[in-house]
Design a protein around this ligand. Sequence first.
Ligand code: KDG
Ligand code: MG
Length: 408
Amino acid sequence: MKITDAKVFVGGPKKNYVTLKIMTDQGIYGLGDATLNNRETLTAKYLQDYLVPCLIGMDPRRSEDIWQYFYRGAYFRRGPIAMAAFGAIDIALWDIKAKLAGLPLYELFGGKSREGAMVYAHATGADLDDLIESIENYVAQGYKAVRLQCGIPGMPSESYGVSSKKENSKHFITNFLGDKPKEEIWDTEKYLRYMPGVFEKLRVKFGPDLKLLHDVHHRLLPREAAEFAKEIEQYKLFWLEDPTPAEDQEAIRYIRQHSTVPIAIGEVFNSIYDCNKLIEENLIDFIRVACTYAGGITHVKRIVDLAGLHNVRTGFHGAPSHSPISMAAQAHLNAWAPNFGIQEYLVLGTPECDALFPSKHKLVDGLFHVSDEPGLGVDFDEKEVEKYEYSLGFHPVTRLVDGTMWNY
Ligand code: KDG
Ligand code: MG
């Protein structure tokens, strides 16, 4: 069996999805996702110029060897652009492998460990009343877990995950489009003073069963994060995400020494070498890598297995920049993983997205049910993608009130 061709497409509804389609001499094709948010043309070019020419003629069943060929062959290892490009190839090869076997992908990992995998939605509000409305909306739809981000009184601008527009509380997707990054101003003191009260009120309002998550989005210093984590321990969050930037892993140890609040980290990681210490030394509770830019299924499965040895559970990144292809790859891992925790979920379900990526995956009562079709269970409409053009976008940048550059 041989790979005969591979095409890269860039486009999608409100997102520049980078989709890879690998064709074979047996008529079976595989799909991969190389979308690296706000750097999409780079992964597309990496694939087109350096990887696709080498793929032609390779045996698509040899996904491990092909992964090693590109990873070791790059010489300059790791990095989000390369790992996203390798990831797209890897996801497409697993799709082909499962289609060849005539089985849904999860069967190749060891079969299902659960019927539905719990997901969390993004609740947001410019103020606490808006946030409560947003959470109620998700609870009414059957969600068992919500991530909550709340506007902070007196905060000089919108900050991560918060929108001042009320209508966004039902379906808020950050808009990154524009020819320069937006600037946001962040006030740590105001955040630290206000946020614990939000958790308290939400616990009283929604009771003990609803799983509450919160993303600090890398904004705190280690001591601030430790104090915050200690203070909010009593509100029993499902997780506290990215309290500090993850490149300083000793900071996580410091937070850990002061609080038992569950910590989730890893959406910016692209390699097992970014997280092996955090996992092996039990510094985190959830690992948030994504199939897209952490090298695809082959590499992420290795991380999941390492995490399982240390009682670290999965909580894969699932921001809107992941196309339904990588979300499907993660859904198959979620159906199988013995150490599954939760899945971030936003992207599937809009009519435009369904038209571009038809699939039978279903969300029922806050649980993701993976389709039983052979392969990933997602298709891609090449005609439909022609409707969309690439649009430039940037992550916002953040400054402290005195102008100092900070972490977005
Ligand atoms: O591209 C960056 C986003 O994916 C990130 O800001 C989203 O933090 C995020 C999350 O938890 O989904
Ligand atoms: Mg996050």
